[in-house]
Design a protein around this ligand. Structure first.
Ligand SMILES: Cc1cc2nc3c(=O)[nH]c(=O)nc-3n(C[C@H](O)[C@H](O)[C@H](O)COP(=O)(O)OP(=O)(O)OC[C@H]3O[C@@H](n4cnc5c(N)ncnc54)[C@H](O)[C@@H]3O)c2cc1C
Length: 392
């Protein structure tokens, strides 16, 4: 019998949740990571992530989101500090924009509480924004943010409380299916497990080379600007999270001032016309003057109160699939391997439920959720069932 029932490779946002759910079910589980999560080399750093239910990307995400909220709340109840902050959220744009139309579609289909705001309502309720004629919004009270590094710590704490073994600074080099399970070779040793879970974040092109999914990794930046005339208008009791489709390829989003007067107000671009493809090894992790000037120019167009100094900037990585939907599936080359990757810049809010879904796939072979949007084989290429330098 292999030493481990399950090995989980990658303990970032997703893998930390998977290892916590598996350990809680009594599985003999080992989690491995090349770094020491939470860290700033992958996709799960920068303090906060947007969470919302009226999902404009596709209504099929809504049942998963409703469960994700329950699971975040449950995890939060085991912790001494909050994991969620829900000041509400604005999905803004032209009435026919994907952000507004898609959010309204999901809200109506699933009966999610929301307010449809006309231009004048927006200007009255949220005077912080410069709102051009023709801009409308959906306001969702349940929207807000997850504290991302804190949530990884919480999942890893839960995992160790339930007996999981975690080994950090131990990169997995290759894996292959054997007669009795899966063999995993790391920088330090050779391991055997009944099953393998791969949650590699932006290392997906390397670790899931044989999956047949054309992943693209992109450099993304986040900036925190100081408000120029006091932080009050940006505090969470007055300022929600927002996503604003200004043009189809320029969609800024942002957060309230979660750290009061000292931390700045975070702004970034969900989708932007300037794309920089990279890998976790080649990405330029330095903060460039151009990063600041781009985000400052975007903010100046619609949040004039954010003109103060740059408090901090960060570089993060997206791992995109061609259709921007996730990959959550059994590896098409082997039943013994389960994969969760390609979260396409919108995965964090789902970590809690992805942990449960993957634990279901590992322990029962199925999930109560419809995962057809997330099939690995949808891109039509063939997977082979091993990866790394030892694969032929
Ligand atoms: C700037 C930015 C803003 C975002 N905003 C939002 C948002 O507002 N809302 C939202 O829902 N989502 C958002 N996302 C997306 C979300 O953060 C990601 O989808 C999510 O963090 C992905 O988690 P992950 O576990 O797949 O990757 P990661 O957290 O990067 O974890 C992967 C882990 O695998 C480990 N690893 C890799 N290779 C190996 C190996 N060979 N051996 C061992 N370990 C390995 C890495 O060290 C890492 O710890 C944003 C992302 C970025 C970059």
């Amino acid at each position: 019998m292999p030493t481990w029932e399950v090995i989980v490779v990658g303990l970032g946002g997703m893998g930390s949740a998977v290892v916590a759910h598996l350990a809680r079910r009594g599985q003999r589980v080992l989690g491995l990571d090349r770094h020491a999560p939470p860290h700033d080399r992958g996709s799960s750093h920068g303090m906060t992530r947007v969470i919302r239910q009226a999902y404009f990307e596709h209504p099929a995400y809504v049942p998963l989101l409703l469960r994700a909220y329950d699971l975040w709340r449950e995890l939060e109840s085991e912790e001494e500090q909050p994991l969620l902050l829900l000041p509400g959220g604005l999905m803004m744009g032209a009435p026919d924009s994907a952000v507004v139309q898609g959010s309204l579609g999901s809200a109506r289909r699933y009966g999610l509480a929301h307010d449809a705001l006309e231009t004048r309502d927006l200007r009255r309720r949220f005077p912080q924004f410069v709102v051009p004629d023709g801009t409308v919004a959906l306001f969702e009270k349940a929207a807000g943010l997850v504290y991302c590094e804190r949530a990884i710590e919480a999942h890893l704490r839960r995992a160790t409380r339930h007996g999981a073994a975690l080994s950090l600074h131990e990169p997995v080099i290759s894996w292959r299916e054997t007669v009795s399970g899966v063999e995993v070779v790391t920088s330090k040793r050779r391991l055997e497990a009944g099953q393998l879970v791969i949650t590699p974040g932006p290392w997906a092109p390397e670790l899931l080379r044989d999956l047949g999914v054309p992943f693209t990794v992109e450099r993304q930046v986040l900036a925190w600007f100081e408000p120029s005339a006091g932080v009050e208008p940006f505090l969470p009791d007055r300022f929600p999270i927002y996503i604003w489709e200004r043009t189809p390829d320029c969609t800024p989003y942002g957060f309230p001032a979660v750290d009061g007067a000292t931390g700045g107000v975070k702004i970034a671009l969900y989708r932007s016309p300037e794309i920089e493809v990279c890998t976790p090894e080649t990405v330029d992790r330095t903060w460039r003057a151009r990063d600041e000037s781009r985000l400052r120019a975007v903010a100046a167009e619609f949040l004039p109160g954010l003109g103060g100094r740059l408090v901090k900037g960060a570089v993060c990585l997206y791992t995109l699939t061609p259709d921007l939907n996730f990959v959550i599936d059994r590896h098409p080359g082997t039943e013994r391997v389960t994969v969760a990757a390609g979260f396409s810049g919108h995965g964090y809010k789902f970590c809690s439920v992805v942990g449960e879904v993957v634990a279901d796939l590992v322990t029962t072979g199925r999930s109560p959720f419809d995962l057809s949007l997330f099939r690995a084989a949808r891109f039509g290429t063939v997977a082979s069932g091993s990866a790394g330098p030892t694969s032929a």
